[in-house]
Design a protein around this ligand. Sequence first.
Ligand SMILES: Nc1nc2c(c(CN[C@H]3C=C[C@H](O)[C@@H]3O)cn2[C@@H]2O[C@H](COP(=O)(O)O)[C@@H](O)[C@H]2O)c(=O)[nH]1
Length: 375
Amino acid sequence: MAYDSDSDGSVDADLMALLMASRAPPPPPPPDTKVLKSAHHIFDNSIDVALNRDATYAAAEKIYTAMKTRNYSTQTWASHDLHPGVGKVGFETEEDVVAAVFLIDLLNFSFWSLRGEEERFGVQYVGKKQTGYWSLCAAVRRALDEGIPITSPYLWVDEQAFTLEMARYVFRSETEEEMPLLEARVECMREAGRVLCEEYDGHFVNMIKEAGQSAVNLVLLVVEKFSCFRDEQRFEGKRVTFYKRAQILVADLWACFNATSYGTFPDITALTMFADYRIPQILQSLGCLWYSPGLETAIMRKQLIPSGSAWEIQIRGCSIWCVELIRRRIIEMHPEVGEGMNAVLLDFYLYDAAKEMEARGGGGLPHHRTRSIWY
Ligand SMILES: Nc1nc2c(c(CN[C@H]3C=C[C@H](O)[C@@H]3O)cn2[C@@H]2O[C@H](COP(=O)(O)O)[C@@H](O)[C@H]2O)c(=O)[nH]1
């Protein structure tokens, strides 16, 4: 660039402005949960889990057709009786619903049991024994029906009113088996209660407002404020993030409110699949996910796979990446779906399909067994 100056030696104002602008710091990158980057890094470095491209492409077509046929949308979320919703018993206001969604996703982990269907943990509610994730939703509804303010963070921090015994009562089972990790669940409630009462006037809606209708900002705020949502590990020398419960919390708000009100998140497409133990199971049954013989045998034998182990991280990361490839393939083959085909709806569909597959008598490998508060 030629250095230009007037006869009196003053540097041309426009040139100065250009020089100053060129030295201005670059704009900060947009907020990013780094979950998709983590999944790609894990996939690139996995030796015990691989993806089968042909099966993934075939699954994409099958899933697209099924979702189209069922008109799968955010409405499907509200159609589940046990999900909170304005107007349902115990939920007068939108704030009541947000408080319940927060509690459900604060505790939305590790329901699996090594016992048989009859002996496994279950919650009796309106005449039906609910197991797994639905047992949590049923226990919350049952507590509210009994006049227990279980969705109030002020209760969670009150160690006299909300004792471990009371938690045992609220989450009581129809069988001998207690809800898994009950003490850990109480600790999650204590921590979340302290943060919400001290910083957010006891209401999660105030965190939603602070995140300014950004799904990514809300995920990042939740993992910043609550250690029990900070679902991250180290793999092959890098920090990898999954943020499963933080992401599903935002996704459930988006679905529950049909992308309006407290569910308004224009950047919902930035969320990934939620790395739990059901989605890998159905991806494996579709032939998309392949396991090394050692890992497949461990899963088949229902052996415990430690949280944070290389096997577990590869299962979670490759599953997230597989769903991303399915999403891209669907958009490539059906451009008309556009942004409407996001990882959240794909995930919800896959979870419901996994549960239907289980109800029909399973088929395929059992899901992997990792006991943790992350999923
Ligand atoms: N990736 C993903 N994981 C999900 C869900 C849900 C429920 N979401 C509802 C909301 C909208 C959908 O339509 C669903 O009806 C629970 N989970 C996880 O599964 C495990 C529980 O399994 P099981 O023990 O068999 O109930 C446990 O780790 C739990 O955290 C999901 O949607 N996606």
